[in-house]
Design a protein around this ligand. Structure first.
Ligand SMILES: C[S@@+](CC[C@H](N)C(=O)[O-])C[C@H]1O[C@@H](n2cnc3c(N)ncnc32)[C@H](O)[C@@H]1O
Length: 262
């Protein structure tokens, strides 16, 4: 596991950088959106697979949902632990450290499950699919799952356009929010459908390079996710393109698949 990028990547620095973009208002609105698309209410049992620092789980718990949060990152789970006490939802959020590829959760034990904010595609194709086996096992018949991914078609479109401008296939972005400058260059491998990027984080005041990290994610096309879910006993209910619930389009920022277990 030591060599896998995701073991090191999800740490305090991840939390610090993403917290600048993911304000509590946004987190609460996302939680409300999740409750709507999954029809969750007080007493519903939800599995949040790869919950991170319980960013949305805490807000769902404030709405009365019982959330089982699973993540591998000790660092993010310790932030999550602080958050659930600070937000007074420690009785409704259960934090578990584990690997989402093998959760050993009881069958049909939850009403719904989420894999939220690009938390799918980190492993080999076979291992990624094994996670959906876990979902099929743990969600009750009639229960729902929502998988929220970066939209692969949009990533592909961006890669193709930067190619047309004469650069290597791939693209670059930077963000100058707060303390850090984040530089990222992305290469898209169409043979494996993996997006491989290098992210360099610079402290703006000192100019020091404080992190240099690689990210490697399999991007899934809508039809692939649909087939992977339907072959495991799910029926696709909808596919949305953003957190406002608008329909999916090829260049939507997100690809959010909602499916129901037979
Ligand atoms: C992009 S973050 C998203 C976190 C959260 N879902 C959210 O909406 O903020 C991906 C999360 O997946 C977790 N993760 C990565 N590999 C994992 C694994 N093998 N098992 C469990 N969690 C894992 C990371 O630690 C990280 O918290």
């Amino acid at each position: 596991l030591g060599s896998e990028w995701w073991v090191e990547f999800f740490d305090e620095l991840y939390h610090e950088i993403y917290s600048m973009l993911q304000t509590e208002d946004r987190n609460r609105a996302e939680a409300q959106f999740i409750a709507e698309i999954l029809e969750l209410g007080p007493g519903s049992r939800l599995l949040d697979l790869g919950c991170g620092f319980a960013r949305v789980a805490t807000h769902l718990a404030s709405m009365g949902v019982e959330v089982l949060c699973l993540d591998f990152s000790e660092k993010l789970l310790s932030i999550a632990l602080r958050r659930i006490y600070d937000m007074g939802v420690d009785d409704r959020v259960h934090l578990v450290r584990g690997d989402m590829r093998a959760t050993s959760l009881r069958g049909s034990s939850v009403d719904a499950a989420i894999i939220w904010f690009t938390t799918f595609g980190f492993f080999s194709d076979e291992e990624n699919e094994r996670i959906l086996d876990q979902l099929a096992h743990v969600v009750k018949p009639g229960g729902r799952v929502a998988i929220d991914l970066f939209n692969a078609l949009r990533a592909l479109h961006t890669a193709i356009h930067s190619d047309a401008e004469g650069r290597r296939p791939g693209f670059t972005w930077w963000s100058e929010e707060g303390k850090y400058l984040v530089l990222e260059s992305i290469e898209f491998d169409v043979l494996t459908m993996r997006s491989r990027s290098r992210r360099v984080i610079i402290d703006r005041e000192s100019g020091a390079r404080i992190a240099d990290r690689l990210i490697d994610i399999r991007m899934y096309m809508p039809h692939e996710i649909a087939r992977m879910l339907t072959s495991r006993g799910f029926e696709i209910e909808k596919i949305l393109g953003n957190y406002r619930g608008e329909p999916y389009r090829p260049l939507s920022p997100r690809m959010i698949i909602v499916a129901r277990k037979h």
